[in-house]
Design a protein around this ligand. Structure first.
Ligand SMILES: NC(=O)c1ccc[n+]([C@@H]2O[C@H](COP(=O)([O-])OP(=O)(O)OC[C@H]3O[C@@H](n4cnc5c(N)ncnc54)[C@H](O)[C@@H]3O)[C@@H](O)[C@H]2O)c1
Length: 410
C-alpha cells in the first residue's frame, strides 16, 4: 500500500531546455510529494510542450511574472548560467525554496549575494551538482576509506576529465545550448564542470589556494541549431522519452557560434590538507585511445586511488586491512552500481545514481522536513569559489587565496 505524503510541494520550473525535459520534469511529475504548478521559458513552444508532456498546470514566458503570480513555494532554476544569480535572488526574496543548476554564479559577488539572500529568507536551497558529492553513496564509501587512512597522506592529485574513446559528435563541446555553454555569460567550459572541484573537495577536504591559466583557444565552434530541439520536443509523446541527448549527438552541427568565455583552463589547487593537484577542463576534438581513463587520480604515502578504473574506482594500498577486499593482484575494485554497458552516454545508468533525481528527492525531502540540504549554499559557494578564483588568478597572473569553507565538511 503506497503511503500518501502529508502534503505536496507546489513547484515551478524555469528553463524548459534539455536538462529539464531529460531529467527533472519526468522526475517531478512522478513524485507523489510534488505538484508541478508552473513552467516558464521565454520560448512558448517549450512551455507548451511541457504542459502537454509533464502536466504542468500553468505556463509563463517571463520568470518574474511567474514569481509574482504563480502559486508555488519552490523553484527549480534550469536556465543558463547568466540567469542564475538574478533568478535565485528573486526566488529567495519572495520566500521560494530553490534548486539551482550549476554553476551557482559567475562571480563571487553574486555567489555571496545568493548565500545572504537564502539565509535571510530561511528558504531551502540546493546547489547542483550532487554528482561526486556526499549525496552519492559511492563517494560516501570512498570518503570513509580515505578518512580511515587507506591512502596515508594523499599529497598530490590530477583531474583530467574522462573523454570518449570512440568518435562521437559531442567531441569538441556540447552539441547545443549557446547560452548554457558557449556565450560570455555561460562562463565557458570551466563553469560547466564543477563536477571536478566537487569531487576533489568531497574526497580531500576544503581548498586553500588556486592558481590558474585560462584562455579561449578555439573560438569558432559548431552546434546544432536551437530549432532542432523544438522540433524534437514537438514530436515527443512519452514524457519519459524526452531526452534530447538520445538524438542530438547524431544531428548535424550547422550553426557557427563564437566561444565567449574560456574553453581551456588549467587550475592548480592547494588543499587545506597540504595536498596539491591540477584540474584541466577543455573539450577534445578527437577520441582518446581505448581504455584510457581520465577522472580524479590521487596519490598518497600509503596508496593510490583512480576514479573510473576497475568499475567505479580502484585503490591500491599498503594498508590492505582497511580495504573491504582486494583482488589477487592487490587492487580493491569498487564496483559500479548499475550496468554501464546498458547505458547510452550520457543517459543515467540503469540502477545507478541519477544525480538530477537524487537532488530533487533530497531537496523536496528537506522542504517537507524543514532541514538544510546537504549541498547547501555554503557548500556551493566553496565549490564556486574554486572556479571564480581560477578565473581571477588567470586574469591577474597571481595566486588566489580562498576565503570560504564548505559548511558541514571538515
Ligand atoms: N543538458 C544537460 O545535460 C545538463 C546537465 C547538467 C547541467 N546542465 C545545466 O542546466 C542548465 C541549462 O542547460 P540546458 O542544457 O538545459 O540548456 P538549454 O539551452 O537546453 O536550456 C535552457 C533553457 O532556458 C531558457 N531560457 C534562457 N534564458 C531564459 C530567461 N531569461 N527566461 C526564461 N527562459 C530562459 C531557454 O529558452 C532554454 O529553453 C545550465 O546551467 C547547464 O549547466 C545541463
Amino acid at each position: 500500500m503506497s503511503v500518501q505524503p502529508a502534503r505536496k510541494v507546489k513547484v515551478g520550473v524555469v528553463g524548459c531546455g534539455v536538462v529539464a525535459t531529460a531529467y527533472y520534469l519526468p522526475c517531478l511529475m512522478s513524485m507523489a510529494e510534488v505538484e508541478l504548478a508552473a513552467v516558464c521559458d521565454m520560448n512558448p513552444a517549450r512551455t507548451a510542450a511541457c504542459v502537454r508532456l509533464f502536466g504542468a498546470r500553468e505556463q509563463y514566458q517571463d520568470y518574474y511574472e511567474m514569481i509574482r503570480r504563480a502559486d508555488i513555494e519552490a523553484v527549480l532554476i534550469l536556465t543558463g548560467p547568466g540567469t542564475h544569480a538574478a533568478f535565485t535572488l528573486a526566488a529567495a526574496e519572495s520566500g521560494r525554496h530553490v534548486l539551482l543548476q550549476k554553476p551557482m554564479a559567475l562571480t563571487m559577488a553574486d555567489t555571496h549575494a545568493i548565500v545572504d539572500a537564502v539565509r535571510k529568507a530561511g528558504v531551502k536551497a540546493l546547489i547542483e551538482p550532487s554528482a561526486n558529492s556526499l549525496l552519492q553513496p559511492e563517494h560516501c564509501e570512498l570518503r570513509a576509506l580515505l578518512d580511515k587512512g587507506v591512502l596515508g597522506d594523499p599529497y598530490w592529485f590530477t583531474y583530467i576529465p574522462s573523454s570518449m574513446d570512440h568518435y562521437h559528435a559531442s567531441l569538441g563541446g556540447n552539441p547545443y545550448g549557446l547560452g548554457a555553454f558557449f556565450s560570455a555569460d555561460s562562463g565557458g567550459m570551466l563553469f560547466d564542470f564543477p563536477y571536478a572541484p566537487t569531487e576533489i573537495v568531497t574526497l580531500l577536504g576544503p581548498c586553500k589556494r588556486v592558481t590558474a591559466m585560462a584562455k579561449i583557444s578555439v573560438p569558432e565552434r559548431w552546434i546544432v541549431p536551437e530549432a532542432a530541439y523544438d522540433r524534437f520536443l514537438a514530436g515527443v509523446t512519452d514524457p519519459f522519452q524526452a531526452n534530447y541527448w538520445d538524438v542530438v549527438l547524431d544531428l548535424p552541427r550547422t550553426e557557427r557560434v563564437t566561444m565567449g568565455a574560456p574553453d581551456n583552463v588549467f587550475s592548480l589547487y592547494e588543499m587545506d590538507s597540504g595536498a596539491i593537484g591540477v584540474f584541466h577542463v577543455g573539450r577534445p576534438f578527437h577520441p582518446v585511445p581505448k581504455g584510457f581513463m581520465g577522472g580524479l587520480h590521487v596519490y598518497g604515502t600509503a596508496g593510490n586511488l583512480f576514479m573510473g578504473q576497475g568499475g567505479f574506482a580502484a585503490i591500491i594500498s599498503s594498508r590492505r586491512e582497511l580495504l573491504p577486499h582486494v583482488d589477487a593482484d592487490g587492487w580493491y575494485r569498487m564496483p559500479a552500481r548499475g550496468d554501464f554497458s546498458k547505458a547510452k552516454w550520457p543517459q543515467p545508468v540503469p540502477g545507478g545514481f541519477n544525480y538530477y533525481h537524487e537532488s530533487t528527492r533530497h531537496w523536496i525531502d528537506c522542504i517537507l522536513r524543514d532541514r538544510d540540504p546537504l549541498l547547501n549554499v555554503e557548500w556551493g559557494r566553496h565549490i564556486n569559489e574554486m572556479m571564480c578564483g581560477a578565473i581571477e588568478s588567470a586574469r591577474t597572473g597571481r595566486r588566489y587565496d580562498m576565503t570560504t569553507t564548505p559548511a558541514g565538511l571538515r
